[in-house]
Write a protein that binds this ligand. Structure first.
Ligand code: NAP
Length: 538
């Protein structure tokens, strides 16, 4: 085993060496800190930079006390603060690059070290419109799988327009007071000139549009001269169904592209622990995503952060995303499902202010605090166990007298000290600037009552994401899922579906199976298009 470890360490070092090879710019890092404040974060920075220092001398670390003149001149007051001291950039990290944020840090070094922002053409064009200064703050957490996308894209903007754009990446765990001041109680959240411009991780193009407008933008259509890609199959959705379909389609010889509007992996990315995926008794959700994505990348082009805005069906499908246009002979919708909302007063207003739909992302912010989890399925119980394990005081609130989660999870719940309130529904979520209490209704007694909580985690299932299917006129089932045949053909010729958007068992393994089946049917149909026969028979 020791032999194996030393081999892995060498291999990791070789990969790092290749990463830094040929990087033209030196990156001096300046670390400002106070010994007793956030010491684990300061040590975390030292360790990360020391590991990098073993393979390259392009990245150096210089330490200063927080009361040093350099800190005063730069207005630095948080310990630790890491400055990327490359002129004329103004990019700082408040906290340490740990967990998922290691990815952000490595990408930051690559972007800054090469001096290439790596913005898409539409995003670069939009950014060129900016003519006033912007101070960006991105609140992140090491446990948030969506945060690297938000932080890395913000780095690209600060590198592309250093004369106007400065950036602070703020680890919410190391800087809870700053998070309180901005009322940022979920991650990622992006502010510019102290205005909230995005709750969540936008695409590059939406981030730039929101930055220029100084308010959230939800729609971005590129100019008509944007890049156009011709392919056999466009897959919408980078969860297990879409990625598996991509592997199968490409291996069948179809030129295939996968676009995913957010982070890859779909719901797995925010599942703390996946149970019963064949081959694994238990596996961390993000670990499974990493394995799946690196497998799929062997075969197929995958574009995360790319959202389909419109699909028009003619001889081929014409697809417009926030980044480019595609012509495709077939489209597979593996769009999954969107989190279900409770729809109670206070939910929208306090979203990101103590209300969360992602225990993996935001759980750390509630350690030592009191929260409720709403729901009675696998997600609610998995999330309750995860939060309990990391030190959050959890109460599970379920509307019926029986949970629908797997027995194994229910047993684990019963063996924990988590309080469960049955026959209870949430009537309203209350609080001025953040969640302070919840109004509950006991359906057994008919009584309403208030209880004080710091947070509300909502895990009441998902609604199928069928907007694109509906826009193309595809029929839905009475339950609102996409109607399809055994080959995953929808009622629109050339349009297919796979995964949770079709309903069914909604397990990772079934989604992967549906993706594989759909890809095989698409291959057969493109070789021998049934819709041509239909048209000639008309
Ligand atoms: P789910 O199974 O649909 O459960 C949703 C829960 O929320 C139900 O208990 C439901 O109550 C409750 N609910 C729905 N609407 C509500 C409302 N308006 N107010 C209050 N409560 C409401 O969803 P899920 O737990 O997210 O699971 C989704 C899928 O992912 C499932 O197939 C599950 O097996 C899978 N999953 C698997 C794992 C794993 O490790 N294997 C982990 C997580 C999820 P009722 O019971 O009264 O209907």
């Amino acid at each position: 085993m020791a032999h194996q470890d030393s081999f892995d360490h060498k291999e990791a070092q070789n990969q790092l060496r290749r990463f830094f090879a040929g990087m033209p710019r030196q990156i001096p890092l300046l670390l400002f800190s106070v010994p007793d404040v956030n010491a684990p974060f300061t040590d975390g920075i030292r360790k990360v930079v020391a590991t990098i220092g073993e393979v390259t001398d392009q990245v150096t670390l210089q330490e200063y006390p927080l009361d040093h003149d350099f800190a005063r001149q730069r207005g630095i007051i948080a310990s630790p603060t890491l400055v990327f001291a490359v002129d004329p950039l103004d990019i700082r990290w408040l906290g340490a690059p740990l967990g998922h944020e290691i990815q952000t840090f490595m990408e930051a070094l690559a972007i800054i070290g090469r001096g290439e922002p790596g913005l898409s053409e539409p995003a670069a064009k939009e950014l060129a419109k900016l003519d006033e200064p912007r101070k960006i703050k991105v609140f992140v957490s090491p446990s948030c799988p969506y945060c690297p996308q938000a932080a890395v894209d913000a780095i690209r903007l600060a590198v592309a327009r250093p004369e106007l754009v400065s950036l602070e990446i703020i680890d919410i765990q190391a800087n809870p007071e700053l998070a309180d001041r901005y009322e940022a109680h979920s991650v990622p959240q992006i502010f510019a000139n102290d205005h909230l411009i995005y709750l969540g991780a936008p695409s590059q193009e939406l981030l730039v549009a929101s930055l220029v407008a100084l308010e959230p933008r939800s729609y971005f259509i590129p100019d008509s001269d944007a890049e156009e890609i011709d392919c056999d199959l466009l897959i919408v959705g980078g969860g297990p169904a879409g990625l598996t379909a991509g592997i199968y389609a490409n291996r069948s010889g179809l030129k295939t592209v996968v676009v995913e509007k957010g982070a890859l992996g779909g719901q797995i990315a925010i599942t703390p622990m996946v149970e019963n995926y064949p081959g694994f008794t238990q596996v961390g959700g993000q670990t499974l995503v990493d394995i799946l994505v690196s497998h799929a990348l062997e075969y197929v082009d995958i574009f995360p952060g790319e959202e389909v805005q419109e699909i028009v069906r003619g001889n081929k499908f014409m697809i417009t995303t926030n980044r480019r246009r595609y012509q495709a002979r077939a489209v597979l919708l593996a769009t999954g499902a969107a989190v279900r909302h409770l729809g109670v007063p206070g939910e929208q207003r306090l979203a990101g202010r103590g209300i969360s739909y992602c225990s993996t992302c935001d759980g750390q912010l509630f350690i030592g605090k009191k929260v409720i989890i709403v729901g009675g399925g696998d997600s609610a119980v998995t999330d309750a166990l995860h939060l309990h394990q990391i030190g959050v005081q959890v109460t599970l609130v379920h509307r019926r007298d029986k949970l629908r989660a797997q027995q194994r999870l229910i047993t684990a719940l019963e063996q924990s000290s988590i309080t469960v309130m049955y026959n209870t529904t949430v009537v309203e979520i209350l609080g001025k600037a953040r969640v302070e209490s919840v109004r509950l209704h006991d359906s057994a007694t008919g009584e309403d009552f208030n209880m004080a909580f710091d947070g509300v985690f909502i895990a009441i299932g998902y609604s199928p994401a069928v907007d694109l299917a509906e826009s193309l006129g595809a029929e839905l089932t009475p339950d609102g899922y996409i109607k399809r045949d055994q080959g995953h053909r929808t009622t629109v010729p050339g349009l297919y579906s796979a995964g949770d958007v079709e309903g069914g068992a909604k397990q990772i393994v079934t989604a992967a199976g549906q993706g594989a089946e759909a890809a095989l049917a698409i291959f057969e149909d493109l070789v021998n298009p049934y819709w041509v026969d239909q048209q000639s028979g008309d």
